[in-house]
Design a protein around this ligand. Structure first.
Ligand SMILES: [Fe+2]
Ligand SMILES: [Fe+2]
Length: 259
């Protein structure tokens, strides 16, 4: 089985980058499943029904989210209704959406789990206990499991990788929008990277127009952020796995787009 995970898609430029590059990635690598983090898909922050639909139509088999999951109220109903979208599992039980799901293609089943870190982010239960619960629920129903650990701190994500090593096929970190250089298969067979990075404009400050981000840093005033349109890249992780769900390779994709 081959899996492609695509880091946080930022705004329209991120969506266009994904649409422009995915066909070539499919030709070259033929992933069985494509999972996309969409927490910044709508104008750089959050996701809407329209942008979620666009990501699914572009070829995402599943969409993961993060701390911006609930930015747009109009998407709540879709989060409840659409089984291909997950938000952090360690959010309050009654809040919109689900934390894990199973998507199927050609008779193969991929479990997808989204959790949020607790360091500098809000969640109501431990992501470590939460993935244990999700993995036990998925144990009979999935041929492979991908975990998106949406977290700020590298330490928390590294720890999560070790926590699930041998129990998940893939554990990717997201949220910082900056890729780390540590993609590998852990000894137990879990493909891991601390942060996949983002799919969006590298010419900004983690997606924001750099002059606006700099103005806020320099003046501490309330600056309205806009998404940068400079130098779009796709950041992803390609994983190959055996039939037993153990990963055999993990390759970072860092691809510039010409839009
Ligand atoms: Fe993000
Ligand atoms: Fe985030």
């Amino acid at each position: 089985m081959k899996l492609l995970f695509v880091g946080d898609v930022v705004g329209g430029i991120g969506r266009r980058t994904l649409a422009a590059l995915l066909p070539g990635i499919r030709d070259a690598h033929q992933p069985d499943f494509v999972v996309v983090n969409g927490e910044n898909a709508a104008g750089g922050v959050g996701i809407t029904q329209k942008t979620a639909r666009e990501l699914l139509d572009t070829g995402a088999d599943a969409i993961t989210l993060g701390n911006h999951a609930y930015r747009h109220r109009e998407v709540y109903e879709l989060l409840d209704r659409e089984p291909r979208i997950v938000r952090p599992a360690n959010y309050p039980k009654g809040s919109p959406g689900r934390g894990h799901t199973v998507v199927e293609r050609d008779g193969r089943r991929l479990g997808v789990v989204n959790v949020s870190g607790l360091l500098y982010l809000d969640a109501v239960r431990s992501p470590f206990a939460e993935v244990d619960a999700a993995l036990s629920e998925l144990s009979d129903g999935a041929d492979a499991v991908l975990i998106d650990m949406h977290a700020e701190a590298t330490s928390e994500k590294v720890a999560m990788g070790w926590h699930v090593d041998g129990r998940a096929t893939v554990c990717v970190g997201t949220h910082t929008h900056v890729p780390t250089a540590d993609a590998r298969v852990l000894p137990g067979g879990t493909a891991y990277v601390t942060d996949v990075g983002m799919t969006g404009p590298r010419g900004g400050v983690i997606g924001v127009k750099r002059e606006l981000a700099l103005e806020r840093f320099l003046t501490l005033t309330n600056v309205r952020f806009e998404t940068s349109d400079e130098d779009p890249w796709l950041n992803g992780l390609l994983v190959e796995a055996d039939d037993d769900g153990r990963a055999t390779s993990a390759e970072q994709l860092l691809l510039p787009a010409r839009l």
